[in-house]
Write a protein that binds this ligand. Structure first.
Ligand code: PGA
Length: 241
């Protein structure tokens, strides 16, 4: 299976900065062999769509509502992402869960809706530091997957991103041993749920200097990268491991 290198730009990059990034990135992307996926902020999606038209680089939104349209002020539509040529939707990122109160039940509805539209959900899961210290990591991930995938279609594309909350944006990356152990757990949970072929990405302070070691760990099918995806050269290095 092709490795997947995904960039979560959060609330960074204007449409103009998005265009500049892709003009430079397309030059270096030719040397990468994995699948590249970008998640620009919502208002920059159309700029991404125009810059990436005709390229093999994929893109999508960082969140969407669980219906295509209606009286839902402030939400984003996955139907629009589809019309613009996007192919992924990030769902249940820890910042959505902790800052915006997104629940596993909403996550499940979004996964179902996005799959129904023919887009690929990239479902984010991960434990907090307290949960890890209390040895609850397995249980937390199992619950997030059981509930988040309860309406998922096993025959449709799906990607899971394991991102320990304590490693996101902190510079505190999980050790290769922690990644190996937890990705094996995630693989086993997914297998028990009938999703054994699902790609499992690691995310949380992935940088050019730790990517080569992490990608070698069992059941690591690629990365979801925040901070280090904002610069062309650092993301190109990560996507070339
Ligand atoms: P980070 O973010 O690489 O900056 O830790 C990862 C993410 O939030 O997806």
């Amino acid at each position: 299976m092709k490795k997947i290198f995904a960039a979560n730009w959060k609330l960074f990059k204007t449409p103009q900065e998005t265009r500049q990034f892709f003009k430079a990135f397309k030059e270096v992307a030719a040397s990468t062999t994995g699948e590249l996926v970008f998640f620009p902020s919502a208002i920059s999606l159309e700029a991404a769509s125009q810059e990436l038209a005709g390229s093999s680089i994929k893109w999508g939104a960082q969140n969407c509502y669980l219906q295509a349209s209606g009286a839902f002020t402030g939400e984003n539509s996955a139907q629009v992402v589809k019309e613009l040529g996007g192919s992924y939707i990030l769902i249940g990122h820890s910042e959505r869960r902790s800052l915006f109160g997104e629940t596993d039940a909403q996550v499940a509805d979004k996964v179902n809706f996005v799959q129904g539209l023919g887009l690929t959900p990239m479902l984010c899961i991960g434990e907090t530091l307290q949960e890890r210290e209390e040895k609850k990591t397995f249980r937390v991930l199992e619950t997030q997957l059981q509930l988040g995938l309860q309406k998922a279609d096993k025959s449709k594309p799906l990607v899971v991103a394991y991102e320990p909350v304590w490693a996101i944006g902190t510079g505190k990356v999980a050790t290769p041993e922690q990644v190996a152990e937890t990705h094996t757990d995630v693989f086993n949970i997914l297998k028990a749920l009938g999703f054994e072929t699902t790609a499992i990405l690691y995310g949380g302070s992935v940088k050019p200097d730790n990517a080569a070691e992490l990608i070698k760990q069992p059941h690591v099918s690629g990365f979801l990268v925040g901070g280090a995806s904002l610069e062309v050269s650092s993301f190109a290095k990560i996507a070339s491991v």
